[in-house]
Design a protein around this ligand. Structure first.
Ligand code: CP
Ligand code: NVA
Length: 309
């Protein structure tokens, strides 16, 4: 079997992603009352170790991959760029070859998607994208799981995105094409997602609306999603923040969506910027279910990479 890298959702494809979400639901249900560090009964990755490379900060990705490996019976270790030789200029290619001799899989969070691709090109073990400037596929597996758990089937789903057309939105658009749901994208002019993701989603049968009108995007939506207006590695530009202000997800915007609509945010959130406190803390917000689901989603991604799904 060819080495299975997970750099974007399409590396797995619709059937494998559906299997991942299904497996995540089953594993989550089977261990509902268990302590978090206890391994699943079958411990499918016993003896396996994941090396996690971080060139950017992380709370959820770092902890969820570590706990995911423990629950699958394996273990994980962290290299951050500041304290590893990567930070002193050792090449990604050499790092990939070394880690491939020492670990069974690699997760990388990096500022340049090309570095994750370079890692995958030179690694002889699976490489997983733990966020790049271009995409965040692991987050979206967790988001799809969360949406389904909250009783919303993916085909025909109306998902609305507000604010910056960023890495997280790119992976949502990829998922829309794979699972045939529709995305209304409300951004200020100049902050739209990359056309490549929009066109690919449309070519795969998803309806993608690009608008500057947040109210239009929210009307009758099932799911409302936003993210920080300033992603890691981007400058805090006043002009950008001013342009984003009309795209805050607040109570008035939520009121335009379906009565049982849910609010998602990958976190960390900037309450009072991209989301109001009322929405973030309100009954339609499922952001902490979403955060927990990072563990369950990551387990499925790992199992798929190891050819066990
Ligand atoms: N959502 C997410 O990826 O969070 P972290 O940056 O904390 O990993
Ligand atoms: N778009 C954000 C997501 C953080 C999880 C960033 O790249 O910083």
């Amino acid at each position: 079997m060819a080495v299975r890298h997970f750099l974007d959702l399409s590396d797995a494809g619709t059937d494998a992603l559906a299997a991942m979400i299904d497996d995540a639901q089953q594993r989550k249900a089977a261990r509902r009352e268990w302590s978090r560090g206890k391994a699943d009964a079958d411990a499918p990755l016993a003896g396996h170790v994941l090396a996690m490379v971080f060139e950017k900060n992380s709370t959820r990705t770092r902890v969820s991959f570590d706990i995911a490996m423990r629950q699958l019976g394996g273990s994980a270790l962290v290299l951050d760029s500041a304290s590893s030789q990567l930070g002193r200029g050792e090449s990604v290619a050499d790092t990939a070859r070394v880690l491939s001799r020492m670990a069974d899989a690699i997760m990388i969070r990096t500022d340049e998607h090309a570095k994750a691709e370079e890692m995958a090109r030179h690694a002889s073990v699976p490489v997983i994208n733990g966020l790049t400037d271009r995409s965040h596929p692991c987050q979206i597996v967790a988001d799809l799981l969360t949406v389904i758990e909250h009783g919303k089937p993916l085909p025909g789903l109306e998902l609305a995105w507000f604010g910056d057309g960023n890495n997280v939105l790119h992976s949502i658009l990829e998922a829309a094409g794979l699972f045939k749901f529709n995305v209304r994208v409300a951004t200020p002019t100049g902050y739209e997602p990359d056309a490549e993701f929009v066109e690919a989603a449309r070519a795969n049968g998803a309806q993608i609306l690009l608008t500057n009108d947040a109210a239009e995007a929210a009307e009758g939506a099932d799911i409302l999603v936003t993210d920080t207006w300033v992603s890691m590695g981007q400058e805090h530009a006043e002009a950008k923040l001013a342009a984003m202000a009309p795209f805050q997800v607040d109570e008035a915007l939520m009121a335009r969506a379906k009565p049982d609509a849910r609010f998602l945010h990958c976190l960390p959130a900037h309450v009072g910027e991209e989301v109001s406190e009322g929405v973030f803390e309100g009954p339609q917000s499922v952001v902490f279910d979403e955060a927990e689901n990072r563990i369950h989603a990551q387990k499925s991604v790992l199992l798929w990479c190891f050819g066990k799904l």
